[in-house]
Design a protein around this ligand. Structure first.
Ligand code: PLP
Ligand code: ZN
Length: 501
């Protein structure tokens, strides 16, 4: 719809202009820093940062009801910069002019209600939010759209010229970083660091296809992370890990979309997210807090973070009930099918600690919880979900296993509805499905296939057939008719089909 056709009182707000006053703020010493320079850690004390809009309170001048209408009307616009995460421009990156926004189709991912059978099995009403349907097939695109839009803004306003973007990755960050950087050729180039043999072939193919420099490093993600941290400390590079607070801002869009999708009714909602480096759960909490502050939502939804027993430092931290006694202990991770979350020392842990406390305080009760699931449950629930119409990745399976666990623990009430995150597309992790179906899981994963979930292709080549077609050697005439008939009969027999009268 064209601008002039919108109601008059909406027109003035429909196309956002640059506004706000954004700064980096240290989570430890509360020092504030100008955003003109890319910063990842506090120059004073070395801790992680978050970005704040010092004029955030101005957003309260617009009534919540009006905001909701603005976002609903923006759905009808055909302006690319407002089709993705920047529908919520004022909450995500108000200083960025729309001309600098990089939009590659991210955000507004489908929210799919599970069928009755699967809801019964899970023990709760629930929806999958399919973040695997983002352009590089994971939620990381939300954060990259934000980080690269800001870098683009620095370039177009003459504050940066040649940018080399780097990241460490469990697979999806590098896929997203390489994709968004390639769009900004030749001004932005990218280099990605991956733990050797710890990303799937699909994930490895993505940054290669986008033309990034790809480096494979011995060890696990936590080792790669240390190397890119050293690179960004010592050299002129732009770090694209979620340590970069611009990533967090973009990923807040996930919460805004849930709020809008469910008509801003959050009192009876439970949002499940898998935790790896903890950037995603940070963003999800932060997003809901911002909408709550401005009154767009009257309640904060419950949030449940899910971790595998093979990589669960955040879960272990919160197992101690008394906040004063909690101590964070980095872990040595074990093999996990939720490979993108196989992280023992999450960079965003200080952000999580601060935001969980703030979230619960604002809600006036305990609204953030953590559950642990087994590798076996992750695989079983992922396969179960996908047999019921979903395209969940292993982390989506982890979330569903987490929902089942939370129901068993009494963390989800009868009247509540869960929204669970399939953070990537099933196809990126199909190798784990293959291992399951072929019963080839190495011992260390601790996954035993359930035979009722195994599915294998059947090769049909009836013995009595002397001749079969081959590429470049088609059959003709009687031989071909015989081939079609024999194969048809074999399949019909296997499926026990009834012959037509
Ligand atoms: C990155 C990633 C995660 C973990 O998210 P964090 O922000 O690192 O906690 C989970 N699932 C997938 C598919 C990912 O790519
Ligand atoms: Zn500091």
């Amino acid at each position: 719809m064209k601008l002039e056709h919108f109601p008059k009182e909406i027109q003035a707000h429909l196309i956002p202009k640059p506004s706000g006053q954004m700064i980096y703020r240290c989570l430890n010493c509360a020092s504030e820093f100008d955003i003109q320079k890319l910063l990842y850690t506090c120059p004073d004390c070395g801790h992680v940062l978050l970005i704040h809009d010092q004029q955030h309170a101005r957003l309260k001048q617009i009534a919540p009801e009006q905001w909701r209408r603005i976002f609903d009307y923006r759905r009808m616009l055909t302006i690319p910069a407002l089709k993705g995460i920047y529908r919520y421009h004022e909450f995500i990156g108000p200083v960025i002019p729309l001309e600098s926004v990089v939009y590659l189709g991210e955000g507004h991912t489908p929210v799919i209600e599970a069928n009755q059978g699967l809801q019964r099995a899970a023990g709760a009403r629930f929806f999958y939010k399919n973040d695997g349907q983002n352009p590089s097939a994971s939620f990381k695109d939300r954060g990259m759209a934000s980080a690269l839009s800001y870098i683009h803004f620095l370039i177009t306003s003459g504050k940066a010229s040649e940018v080399l973007a780097v990241c460490a990755s469990t697979g999806d960050t590098s896929a997203a970083a390489a994709l968004y950087a390639s769009y900004l050729r030749p001004h932005v180039k990218s280099a990605v660091l991956l733990p050797h043999k710890k990303v799937t072939p699909q994930q490895l193919s993505q940054p290669l296809g986008s033309g990034a420099k790809v480096y494979e490093i011995p060890g696990v993600f936590d080792d790669c992370m240390k190397v890119v941290e050293a690179l960004s400390d010592q050299y002129e590079v732009a770090l694209l890990n979620s340590k970069n607070a611009w990533r967090i801002l973009g990923q807040e869009s996930y919460s805004y979309e849930i709020a809008q999708e469910f008509e801003y009714e959050m009192a009876d909602k439970v949002v499940f997210v898998p935790i790896g480096n903890a950037g995603n759960i940070t963003a999800v909490m932060s997003g809901f807090i911002k909408f709550f502050e401005v009154g767009l939502i009257a309640d904060l939804p419950k949030i449940i973070g899910v971790q595998s027993h093979h990589a669960d430092p955040v879960y272990q931290y919160y197992r101690e009930e008394q906040p004063a006694k909690r101590r964070f202990v980095p872990q040595t991770v074990r093999a996990s099918v939720a490979q993108a979350a196989m992280i023992g020392n999450p960079v965003s842990m200080p952000r999580v600690i601060q935001l969980v406390q703030r979230y619960n305080e604002m809600a006036g009760r305990s609204r953030v919880h953590f559950v642990q699931v087994r590798e076996q449950e992750i695989m079983d629930w992922q396969l179960q979900a996908n047999r019921n119409g979903h395209v969940a990745c292993t982390h989506g399976g982890e979330c569903l296993a987490g929902l089942r666990r939370a129901v068993d623990l009494g963390l989800v009430a009868k009247n509540e509805t869960a929204i669970i995150d399939s953070t990537a597309h099933a196809l990126k992790f199909s190798g784990f499905q293959d291992l399951y179906f072929e019963n080839q899981f190495p011992q260390e994963f601790e996954v035993q296939p359930d035979s009722s979930l195994i599915n294998r292709p059947a090769y049909v080549h009836p013995k009595e057939l002397e001749q079969v077609p081959a590429p470049g050697r088609p059959l003709t005439g009687q031989a071909f008719e015989r081939f079609v008939q024999k194969v048809t009969e074999a399949i019909a027999q296997d499926l026990k089909l009834t012959r037509k009268e």
